[in-house]
Design a protein. Structure first.
Length: 163
């Protein structure tokens, strides 16, 4: 009789996070998130991305966006993120993000989006000239965090799950 004593590897908790390529990272980005990603990267199943689709919810020069994406990718690696322990990607390079955003937008009532504070705070007095991308900004967050037990949700995204 064979003794099947081999235990499966424990499932690691998942960390999914991203930063918009909308300028230079500041000390708050580093101290609040990136430093922690580097320090604990071997302990978690990590997915870090550059959320360029989120960045285009406000007007941006395409050439500057392209440069900012490259700078942020270089910075991720320079601060010590190691691709042996984490997956790094640019959001727009994964077409499923745009596809799922469309699907989520088709099923999300306007009333739910009206309750989200991000649009109101960023639009301010310019509500008639702000893009619908900013209005629909919360819906991609719902599917970006995989529905796997143990997935951490950061404070900046937690309110989107009220949808």
């Amino acid at each position: 009789m064979l003794n099947n004593t081999s235990a499966e590897a424990p499932i690691k908790k998942r960390v999914f996070s991203g930063v918009q390529p909308t300028g230079n990272l500041h000390l708050g980005n580093y101290l609040g998130a990136i430093r922690n990603w580097v320090a604990a990267q071997a302990e978690y199943d990590n997915i870090f991305c550059i959320v360029d689709l989120h960045a285009i919810t406000v007007p941006m020069d395409p050439k500057e966006l392209h440069l900012s994406i490259r700078r942020l990718a270089a910075l991720y690696l320079a601060v010590g993120l190691d691709t042996r322990y984490c997956k790094l990607f640019v959001q727009s390079h994964v077409r499923q993000h745009a596809e799922m955003s469309w699907i989520m937008n088709c099923f999300t009532p306007l009333g739910w989006l009206n309750r989200m504070t991000q649009f109101k705070s960023k639009a301010g007095e310019n509500i008639d000239t702000v893009s619908t991308g900013l209005f629909c900004y919360p819906t991609p967050h719902i599917f970006e965090v995989p529905g796997r037990p143990g997935t951490k949700v950061g404070r900046s995204s937690a309110h989107f799950f009220l949808l």
